[in-house]
Ligand binder design. Structure first.
Ligand SMILES: NC(=O)c1ccc[n+]([C@@H]2O[C@H](COP(=O)([O-])OP(=O)(O)OC[C@H]3O[C@@H](n4cnc5c(N)ncnc54)[C@H](OP(=O)(O)O)[C@@H]3O)[C@@H](O)[C@H]2O)c1
Length: 261
């Protein structure tokens, strides 16, 4: 088991999974560093966390702003050396109804936020954690990173990229005492999935998802993937010949009712 974290950073804490993780970790004696872009929502989450007795610092920083994010992370780390950083901020896109291709700008944004935003979060912290010989980094990927789905190439590509990056990094830093964990959730009821029309198999609540993530991090599991039937289906589908995988994944096709926020 990893030691219970005292100083925790969560990017994308103003909504959904990040908000739920922040509220879970909010306990007396802990210091939280929460980021997002929407000041009002972030302040609301911070207020609820403070009500649990913890110390909370917030920053409205776009994870694409590498320099600003690095500055804030290093400053926060000086104040409260970070035990756990959750690189969670992300956006989703898909193919709108009647369109063959994803919107090119939206696809670019997905790559910038979901891939470079994760690197921007992790890279300033790695040398600090390695120097201390401890620390944990959680990367929020997705089951979409386990199997390519035709309706969201950019999203699947971004999540596969950070899954692979995270697992390679885990091996690289293992001997230093720093843990890297990749989280691959299925469908979770958040504002992000509100925009998806169609079948969301085994969609789970934020409470259940949080329990999976927190439990997996405490056990330092390399990949924290859930729910297991969907994980098995994704792994099986990904192992099939491409033509068969195309047929098998057809029922998982989804439609985005609106552009990502
Ligand atoms: N929900 C699911 O079914 C599901 C499944 C697998 C993986 N995931 C992943 O889980 C993570 C969280 O998703 P969610 O479902 O909780 O979505 P959400 O409710 O839409 O929350 C996304 C969070 O990311 C932040 N964010 C987005 N773009 C940002 C940017 N450029 N800079 C800084 N912060 C930014 C948002 O902040 P603001 O709102 O303040 O801009 C928000 O706090 C994402 O990486 C997502 O891909 C979700």
């Amino acid at each position: 088991m990893t030691p219970a974290p005292t100083s925790i950073v969560v990017t994308g804490a103003s909504s959904g999974i990040g908000e739920a993780l922040a509220l879970h970790y909010a306990q007396r004696g802990r210091t939280l560093g929460l980021t997002g872009r929407d000041r009002d929502r972030l302040d609301g989450v911070a207020a609820r966390c403070r009500a649990s007795g913890c110390d909370v610092h917030t920053a409205t920083i776009d994870v694409r702003d590498r320099a600003a994010l690095a500055r804030w992370l290093v400053e926060f780390d000086r104040l409260a050396p970070i035990d756990l950083a959750v690189a969670n901020a992300g956006v989703s896109t898909g193919t709108p109804p009647g369109q063959l291709l994803e919107d090119a700008d939206a696809a670019d944004r997905v790559m910038e936020v979901n891939v470079l935003g994760v690197l921007n979060t992790i890279q300033p912290l790695l040398p600090l954690m390695i120097a201390r010989g401890r620390g944990q980094i959680a990367i929020i990927s997705s089951i979409a990173g386990l199997i390519p789905l035709a309706d969201s190439p950019a999203y699947c590509g971004s999540k596969a990229a950070i899954r692979s990056y995270g697992l390679a990094l885990r091996q690289r830093v293992h001997a230093t005492g720093v843990c890297v964990n990749v989280v691959c959730p299925g469908y979770i009821a958040t504002p992000m999935t509100d925009g998806i029309r169609g079948w969301k198999p085994l969609e789970m609540s934020l409470e259940t998802a949080t329990a999976h993530i927190v439990g997996g991090l405490a056990r330092d599991r390399a990949v924290i993937a859930f729910p297991w039937p969907l994980v098995m289906a994704a792994r099986f589908g990904a192992a099939l010949p491409e033509w068969l995988s195309r047929v098998v994944t057809r029922p998982f096709r989804r439609v985005h009712a609106s552009r990502p926020r």
